[in-house]
Ligand binder design. Structure first.
Ligand SMILES: Nc1ncnc2c1ncn2[C@@H]1O[C@H](COP(=O)(O)OP(=O)(O)OP(=O)(O)O)[C@@H](O)[C@H]1O
Length: 252
């Protein structure tokens, strides 16, 4: 179980997050962090990974890990950034093996890396140079680097933002399956409310540096929350398959 309590963070004198409480994120579940551009979602994710200084308490499996360094946290927590660094002279397979070797001496690193590429449907890109990939392919390669480490906590910063509609579904389904199989605590920053409602167990809505709503999609997302978080008028409806649809009518 992962819990965030009274987390505050910012840049210099600028406060971005204030007294964030997100309790009891459970193994085998995906939590989505949602909010406007600049709401502080990436700052929150980076704070959990120990890559950004924050006050408050982060507890994992009953242990307070707030004072653990990024390297100590990396044993359990893997963070996938919004974008891969440019000009890296590695193939997709080499980068995936490198990510695995950073945390484990698994003698089957090549086999395990290839298996992850296959699972994400990018095995044909194994020998491609990272710098030669499209934006969406880079995102898939970055996800492979995160998944190959078999983390206990998986932090994903906009894992589907560059993907076509088929890959969005494939990636969310794969994250869902792996999260359940390996009992990972997964957290994903998402902008697509439809994807969040379909694939995530819990939505945490951020606005004004605070959590304004937190719960299962059907509870956390209401017209009033949409208005508060995004400044839009919208409706939450069910399609013929019973899935939640978010319809935005007007922007203030
Ligand atoms: N390195 C930085 N120095 C100063 N301010 C920063 C820095 N990084 C982010 N910020 C500010 O912190 C606030 C939150 O940024 P953050 O990237 O966490 O938002 P976000 O919710 O992830 O946004 P987006 O949806 O656009 O990715 C923004 O106002 C941003 O300008």
């Amino acid at each position: 179980m992962l819990s965030v309590s009274k987390l505050s963070a910012g840049y210099g004198k600028k406060a971005v997050l204030t007294d964030i409480d997100i309790l009891a994120m459970q193994p085998g579940t995906i939590t989505a962090f949602l909010g406007q551009n600049g709401a502080g979602k990436s700052t929150l994710l980076r704070s959990l990974a120990g890559l950004h200084r924050a006050s408050g308490t982060l507890s994992f499996s009953g242990e307070d890990i707030s004072h653990h360094s990024p390297a100590q946290r990396a044993r359990a927590i893997t963070y996938m950034p919004q974008s891969l660094p440019q000009r890296v002279a590695l193939t997709v397979l080499e980068a995936t093996i490198g990510a695995l070797r950073a945390s484990s001496r698994d003698p089957d690193a090549v086999k395990r890396s290839l298996a992850v590429l296959e699972r994400l449907g990018i095995e044909k890109l194994a020998m491609a140079q990272l710098d030669s990939l499209s934006g969406g392919q880079r995102q898939l390669a970055s996800l492979a680097q995160a998944l190959v480490r078999k983390p206990r906590v998986l932090l994903l910063d906009e894992p589907t933002s560059a993907l076509d509609v088929a890959h969005q579904i494939r990636v969310m389904r794969t994250i869902r399956e792996i999260t359940e199989e390996q009992q990972i605590i997964a957290i994903a920053v998402l902008h697509d409310l439809g994807l969040a409602c379909r694939w995530c167990d819990r939505l945490v809505m951020l606005a004004g540096g605070r959590v304004v709503s937190d719960g299962e999609p059907q509870v956390a997302l209401t017209p009033s929350v949409l208005n508060q978080v995004y400044g839009v008028t919208g409706r939450i409806e069910r399609c013929s398959r019973g899935r939640i649809q978010v319809l935005i009518d007007e922007v203030a």
